[in-house]
Design a protein around this ligand. Structure first.
Ligand code: NI
Length: 204
C-alpha cells in the first residue's frame, strides 16, 4: 500500500476546511480509513500525524506518531489511530514548531498546549484516555484541529512566524520568510510577492 494522495492547500481548501463527522460504530469502512491513513502516513515519513480530511475523508479519525526525545533528537514512534478524539484538558500553552503535510515546505511557530488530556477510541474501538506532554501534545492538538477544519496557518500570529525551508547554494538549510501573496488565511493579509532571506539554520 502506498497510501492516498494528500490534499494540498489552497488548491483543496474547501475539503480541508470541512468539519468532520463523528464515527458511529467501528465498521469495515472506518477500519479501511484507518489503514489508508496509516499507509499514507508511512509513505510520508516527514509528517508525524495525519487527519482523515487530509485524504478527503470527513470522519473524526486521526493518526499520530507519538515520539520521545532520544539523545536530544525527537524520534517519532509508529502511527496510532485516535477515533472521535475529544480534548478533556489543555494547558501549558507555549510556542513551538508547526508544519503540515497539506502545506509542503511551509513551517511556522504557533502557540499550542503542551499538556493535553484526550479521550476517544483506539483502532479496535476501545476507549482511550491519554495524557500527552510536550511536542506530543502539540501534534495531537494539530491533528484534532484538522477535524474542525482548522489549519496551522490559522494559529500563526504574525507573518514573520511563517517560513519556508530551502537549501541554498552552499547546501545549507535556510529559512525563507513567507509573504502572503499565497493568500494563506484571513488573518494573514497580502504582504508582498518576494521571499526574504531572514535566517540561516544549519541544524540539519
Ligand atoms: Ni496538518
Amino acid at each position: 500500500m502506498t497510501g492516498h494522495k494528500i490534499l494540498i492547500y489552497p488548491q483543496r481548501k474547501e475539503e480541508l476546511r470541512r468539519k468532520s463527522d463523528p464515527v458511529i460504530g467501528m465498521n469495515k469502512r472506518v477500519r479501511r480509513l484507518i489503514r489508508n491513513l496509516k499507509a499514507t502516513s508511512q509513505a510520508n515519513p516527514d509528517g508525524v500525524g495525519l487527519a482523515a480530511p487530509q485524504i478527503n475523508a470527513h470522519q473524526r479519525v486521526v493518526i499520530v506518531r507519538l515520539g520521545s526525545e532520544v539523545e536530544g533528537k525527537w524520534r517519532a514512534g509508529p502511527p496510532i489511530a485516535l477515533v472521535n478524539p475529544e480534548i478533556i484538558e489543555a494547558g501549558d500553552e507555549r510556542r513551538d514548531f508547526d508544519g503540515c503535510l497539506s502545506f509542503p515546505g511551509l513551517y511556522g511557530e504557533t502557540k499550542r498546549p503542551h499538556h493535553l488530556r484526550v479521550t476517544g477510541l483506539d483502532e479496535e474501538g476501545q476507549p482511550v484516555d491519554r495524557v500527552l506532554e510536550g511536542f506530543n501534545a502539540v501534534l495531537v492538538h494539530h491533528e484534532l484541529d484538522h477535524l474542525n477544519g482548522v489549519l496551522f496557518i490559522d494559529r500563526i500570529e504574525k507573518a514573520e512566524d511563517l517560513y519556508r525551508l530551502s537549501v541554498n547554494e552552499n547546501g545549507e538549510l535556510v529559512r525563507l520568510q513567507v509573504s502572503s501573496d499565497l493568500q494563506l488565511a484571513g488573518n494573514l493579509k497580502q504582504v508582498a510577492s518576494q521571499v526574504e532571506l531572514v535566517d540561516v539554520d544549519k541544524k540539519k
